[in-house]
Design a protein around this ligand. Structure first.
Ligand code: FAD
Length: 267
């Protein structure tokens, strides 16, 4: 398989840097082709602004989605964005690796998503009518590919458990899993999360590295998080609400978007 690893940590000699090297070495050992986008090393520009749309007239109002769509359609995206889109098309598997910063991804990685997910490529895809609300949530240009997160946290695992004060890790990662990865079509694998990194000693690192190697060995076979597909019949159009009768009455929030037979899952 072809694997693209997006790496968002400013220091190569960090725990994240060491885990990236472990993942890449194991993937190559398995015969996979690997590309790494090292966002800090690339000097990735995180914020969308006028410079992203060289075709936009100086006096024209910047409407980011419209400018993105126009630039995507005529092949006028900036070179850095176009190169990342080409890598996404190339890769069978996308891995996002980052330290959890303020319960989310570092700004540089969010900025990668904002800029690389062009309109017409990652959103605004497919028929939008009273019968269909586009190709998204399981469909779209990245359908058929797999994606997963490698995340490190300072907080302890129980802090992120079902009753933990930080909120369940599956809920915190839902906007990335469902909103950023499932939206343009990826099958999303359960995340690889390393908790309590401040206490990691050499033995803990080795155990973590081995668990990560195992996840890299099973990339093709790990079952994805069983999200409901938007166009699979579970949602009303155009309100896009889950149909009455689906989802146990006791269930609310993000877990509603897991298929009923799988909703007991903690992901
Ligand atoms: P490093 O600091 O590089 O390393 C951590 C430890 O791992 C080291 O002390 C060392 O013991 C060990 N280690 C590193 N490399 C190796 C190696 N090669 N071999 C063996 N051991 C090694 N945490 C949360 O839980 N929630 C948050 O919302 C959150 N927000 C944050 C916001 C900011 C702005 C920052 C700076 C931190 C935040 N944190 C948060 C903590 C953050 O998630 C962790 O500091 C981070 O995940 C640790 O990853 P690292 O790669 O930076 O680790």
């Amino acid at each position: 398989m072809k694997v693209l690893l997006l790496f968002a940590h400013p220091e190569a000699r960090s725990l994240n840097g060491a885990l990236r090297d472990v993942a890449v070495a194991e993937l190559r050992r398995q015969g996979h082709e690997v590309q790494v986008s090292d966002l800090y090393a690339q000097g990735w520009k995180a914020a969308i602004d006028r410079a992203d749309f060289p075709g936009l007239a100086a006096n024209e109002r910047l409407v980011p989605a419209a400018a993105s769509k126009a630039a995507f359609e005529v092949g006028d995206l900036t070179q850095d964005v176009q190169e990342e889109i080409d890598k996404l098309r190339w890769a069978d598997v996308l891995i996002l690796q980052f330290p959890l910063w303020w319960f989310s991804m570092p700004a540089i990685l969010k900025g990668w998503v904002d800029r690389v997910y062009a309109c017409g490529f990652a959103y605004g895809v497919g028929e939008h009518s009273d019968k269909r609300w586009g190709d998204r949530y399981g469909e779209g240009n990245l359908a058929g590919k797999r994606a997963m997160l490698i995340v490190t946290t300072g907080g302890w695992e129980p802090h992120y458990g079902a009753r933990g004060v930080n909120g369940p890790i599956g809920d915190l990662l839902f906007p990335i899993h469902h909103g950023i990865l499932f939206y343009p079509g990826y099958d999303v694998l359960p995340p690889f999360v390393v908790y309590q990194t401040g206490r990691l000693d050499e033995a803990g690192f080795e155990a973590t590295a081995e668990q990560l190697r195992e996840r890299m060995r099973t990339l093709a076979t790990t079952p994805p998080i069983p999200y409901r597909r938007q166009n699979g019949g579970d949602y009303l159009i155009p309100s896009m609400e889950l149909r009455p009768g689906l989802g146990a009455p006791s269930r609310t929030g993000f877990a509603l978007h897991l298929r009923d037979e799988d909703a007991g899952s903690s992901r």
